[in-house]
Design a protein around this ligand. Structure first.
Ligand code: Q9C
Ligand code: ZN
Length: 647
């Protein structure tokens, strides 16, 4: 096959002494030239593959892989799954034609744009997946990831659609089966975890038992793109292919790690064991990722890494990932990195916070198992009620990591989390009614400790855990990120106290004197969130097992604190005092610290002052530096000063 674009680089392997797998990566800048004809914005944009590539380089992982430039697909290989007419039509889109001609063709397809480079990119995307799959099947590489665009899985035999021109993965699968019998690939598992149904791939192997097609996608009873019944779980294939097509159609958005892993554990993995593929091809769209603007789901990089790891148990780890969708640049870069680290067999990354699947997820999984059990005996057992009862009809708030938890309920945390279904808003009880009122009021939450680092603070909103933390946060019920962020300094004394905390281990955590002193300055990062979210932050900060029938800090207390400057809460936790630092616009600026009486005990030595752990310092420094507040040296000196001065 002809090479295109960048030259290939065959450095790989053992530079760190750890990686023994030969991992192939395809990246070719030429595929960035496919773009909208008039420069309009579009989610399927050239930067998608650029940011992934840059992330892999910056993380130092691409350097440990075998890097391949793109490779153009041959017509006869494309024609294994596409009609001759479709292949010629895409070929004819090339530069010599005028834009209006291409626009006319694009408008006859569903969700397609075209420019003078679309044809070249489409041939490269398909050819690159073919080449990578070939090298993995031959054993020249162990596995790989083709960072390609345009994506492929919506493309049907005679039709481009859904941003896809050629069905890259389907072409590669057919190539191995039909053109390279000597490689011994007789059975291929195609897994499609793109948030959309892989309608094109399904169609191409509908009657083919050599390809087991598994697609998990947001479906909403046919309302989600590509709308209709094709993605339904009743679509199991036909003729000799009957039973070799498996759809897992989510009934709702917001599905996350727990939902996807349940589909893996209770459908895909048992079936894959029975099928015993010779190679696995993965339609790796990252639009089910948390933060994706089209998908509305919440799979984390950790979730993707676990799903991939589980697939690497098959076919001696021969697996080829091909990028499909994924439209949040940050999410797709992080998710891609997590996947390549799994391919390289690096140490697993940190876990996520989500504990339980939705009720609808269990319903879907049970329906799929029932339908497919006719073909796959491993699906025949009825799932135990212990398992499927693991979802909660009513929301319960639990607290996990914080700078301050009282440490005596740590054993309960996993148990509580596992009963948690913070997404379920269907039942409106006393425990949720206060939320409605407080969700309408905005406050500035002013943070001066680890929460100054935005990713760490987001753990309290969206759930999760960042570097240095020993515990996972459950997040707030309303996971909307802060509406605004700004920095300010306030005349309060910063100090560090307590022996240790569950989140950060041995070392002090940050407090301020609840009373102001004009000789002191404390840097704070202000997050504009709702009063409801502020309560959820407070719950988590104070590690209280609270029944959420009532908020810790309600509208009356807000009025009080605006008048008096500070007020203790009934929480009894370490951050049991709310201080009002003033207003910004009309919105009150609130922070939480120890009570005045606790402060007196710190001062007298009854409670120890302690410098913070290295992890805690690093988190604060990252906040101050990334927030543009201080340089790294200044930030370190600032913390050091606060940690060493007596009160
Ligand atoms: N109402 C991939 O992720 N959305 N394609 C069109 C029209 C198209 C997604 C919405 C989404 C296509 C590869
Ligand atoms: Zn998609």
């Amino acid at each position: 096959m002809a090479m295109a674009g960048e030259s290939s680089n065959n450095n790989y392997g053992d530079c760190d002494g750890k990686s023994h797998r030969k991992v192939g990566l395809v990246y070719d800048e030429t595929m960035c030239k496919h773009d909208t004809p008039n420069g309009e914005d579009h989610p399927e944009c050239p930067d998608r593959i650029r940011v992934i590539w840059e992330k892999l380089q910056l993380a130092g992982v691409s350097q440990r892989c075998v890097v391949l430039g793109g490779s153009k697909a041959e017509d006869k290989h494309l024609q294994l799954v596409h009609t001759k007419d479709h292949v010629s039509l895409v070929k004819s889109l090339s530069t010599k034609k005028k834009d209006y001609r291409r626009n006319r063709i694009a408008s006859q397809w569903n969700s397609i744009y075209l420019n003078g480079s679309s044809s070249e990119a489409a041939f490269l995307a398909a050819g690159s997946v073919v080449e990578l799959a070939e090298k993995v099947a031959e054993g020249e590489l162990d596995c790989g990831y083709a960072i390609v665009r345009p994506p492929g899985h919506h493309a049907e035999p005679d039709e481009a659609m859904g941003f896809c021109l050629f069905n890259n993965v389907a072409v590669a699968a057919s190539y191995l089966l039909d053109e390279r019998p000597e490689l011994g690939v007789k059975k291929i598992l195609v897994v499609d975890w793109d948030v959309h149904h892989g309608n094109g791939t399904q169609k191409m192997f509908w009657k083919d038992p050599r390809v087991l097609f598994f697609s998990v996608h947001r479906h909403e009873h046919g309302g989600f793109y590509p709308a209709g019944d094709d993605g339904d779980y009743n679509m199991v294939g036909e003729g000799p292919g009957e039973g070799f097509n498996i759809n897992v159609p989510w009934e709702q958005g917001r599905c996350g790690d727990a939902d996807y892993l349940a589909a893996w554990d209770h459908i895909l993995i048992p079936v894959a064991k029975e099928f015993n593929p010779d190679i696995v091809l993965l339609s790796a769209g990252f639009d089910a990722a948390i933060g994706d603007p089209l998908g509305g789901c919440r799979v984390t990089p950790y979730g993707y890494s676990v799903m991939l790891k589980k697939l690497m148990e098959f076919a001696q780890g021969k697996i080829v990932l091909a990028l499909e969708g994924g439209y949040n640049l940050d999410s797709i870069a992080k998710s891609s990195l997590a996947c390549v680290q799994v391919l390289l067999e690096d140490k697993p990354i940190q876990g996520s916070s989500e504990a339980y699947p939705f009720e609808s997820t269990w319903r879907v999984i049970q329906a799929v198992r029932k339908k497919l059990s006719a073909y796959w005996p491993s699906l025949a057992d009825v799932l135990s009620s212990n398992l499927i009862d693991q979802k909660t009809p009513t929301p319960i708030i639990v607290f996990s990591s914080s700078d301050s938890e009282t440490e005596d309920y740590a054993d309960d945390i996993l148990d509580q989390m596992s009963r948690l279904n913070i997404e379920n808003h269907h039942v409106d009880t006393a425990s949720t009614s206060w939320r409605r009122d407080l969700s309408k009021v905005d406050v500035w939450y002013a943070s001066f400790g680890s929460n100054m680092w935005k990713p760490r603070f987001l753990c309290y909103i969206q759930g999760g855990q960042v570097e240095g933390m020993k515990k996972v946060c459950v997040g707030s019920m309303d996971k909307t990120p802060p509406k605004q962020i700004m920095w300010e300094s306030f005349p309060h004394r910063l100090f560090f106290g307590r022996e240790s905390s569950v989140t950060w281990g041995v070392g002090g955590v940050a407090f301020i004197n609840p009373l102001s002193d004009l000789n002191d300055r404390t840097h704070m990062c202000l997050y504009r969130i709702t009063l409801e979210q502020f309560n959820d932050v407070l719950f988590q900060e104070n590690g209280l097992k609270v029944d959420s029938d009532s908020p810790l800090f309600d509208l009356d207390t807000l009025q009080l604190v605006e008048k008096k400057g500070s007020t203790p809460l009934a929480s009894g936790g370490w951050y049991g005092d709310i201080v009002c630092l003033g207003k910004e616009g009309d919105i009150p600026i609130l922070t939480m610290t120890c009570t005045l009486s606790a402060f007196e005990k710190f001062k007298s030595g009854e409670i120890p002052l302690r410098p913070p752990s290295e992890a805690y310092v690093n988190t604060m420094v990252r906040g101050l530096v990334e927030g543009g507040r201080l340089s790294e040296e200044e930030a370190k000196a600032y913390i050091d000063n606060a940690a060493s001065k007596p009160l």
